[in-house]
Design a binder for this molecule. Structure first.
Ligand code: E4P
Length: 220
């Protein structure tokens, strides 16, 4: 199960990459806008920190513009993955860029039917947004279950299921249970994965008992 970090904040990515658990990064125009920084600079810096796929999203809405932006963005670094919206234009651009050997992440996927289209268009990743489905009273993880089941019926589909719009650790656990390939995590959720009160309590007890022995463990 791969972990991507869902942020455009370079300092956060630097910090989390040091854990050794980060396999890639996803950004989107809203996350980029939040930084107030130059987008190209951000993507360049992220690609230097994380060697895995770094998603950079186009903002053109027609195929030709998407292709022009995608071709410019992929020049930033070899690990740039072009993020395209799940629209007819986006999928046409996906097919072309994928045929050119560029990794494409098809974003804003909200149905299994859309995920089938993304796979047929040759996407490297499809991003179903579970949190936003939960927000409107649907069960976001049901969509992951459907997509994983459908893709497994067709070994020719090479598209990886990238669980996006993750809001809490149980989304991650459920994604793992369902066999999703990737989860993209807001930094806060990645940090929450470590937390358990019994870990803290147990460690405090171990350390306090050890202190009573008066011993030290040698260090090299
Ligand atoms: C995915 O690549 C998106 O950037 C992201 O997961 C969207 O999450 P949100 O619904 O919390 O904005």
């Amino acid at each position: 199960m791969k972990f991507f970090v869902d942020t455009a904040d370079v300092a956060e990515i630097q910090d989390l990459a040091a854990t050794g658990l980060v396999d890639g990064v996803t950004t989107n125009p809203s996350l980029a806008a939040k930084t107030g920084r130059d987008f190209i600079e951000i993507v360049k810096e992220i690609c230097e920190i994380v060697p895995g796929p770094v998603s950079a999203e186009v903002v053109a809405t027609e195929t030709d513009g998407m292709l022009r932006q995608g071709r410019a963005l992929r020049k930033i670094a070899p690990n740039v993955t072009i993020k395209l919206p799940l629209t007819p234009d986006g999928l046409r651009a996906c097919k072309t860029l994928s045929d050119e050997g560029t990794m494409v992440n098809v974003t804003l996927c909200f149905s299994a039917a859309q995920a089938i289209l993304a796979a047929k268009a040759g996407a490297a990743f499809v991003s179903p947004f579970v949190g936003r489905l939960d927000d409107i009273g649907h069960e976001g993880m049901d969509l992951i279950s459907d997509i994983v089941a459908i893709y497994s019926n067709y070994p020719a589909f090479k598209t990886e299921v990238l669980v996006a719009s993750v809001r809490h650790p149980m989304h991650v656990v459920e994604a793992g249970r369902l066999g999703a390939d990737v989860v993209t995590l807001p930094p806060k959720v990645l940090r929450q994965l470590y937390a358990h009160p019994l870990t803290d309590k147990g460690l405090a007890a171990f350390l306090s008992d050890w202190e009573k022995t008066g011993q030290t463990i040698p260090e090299e």
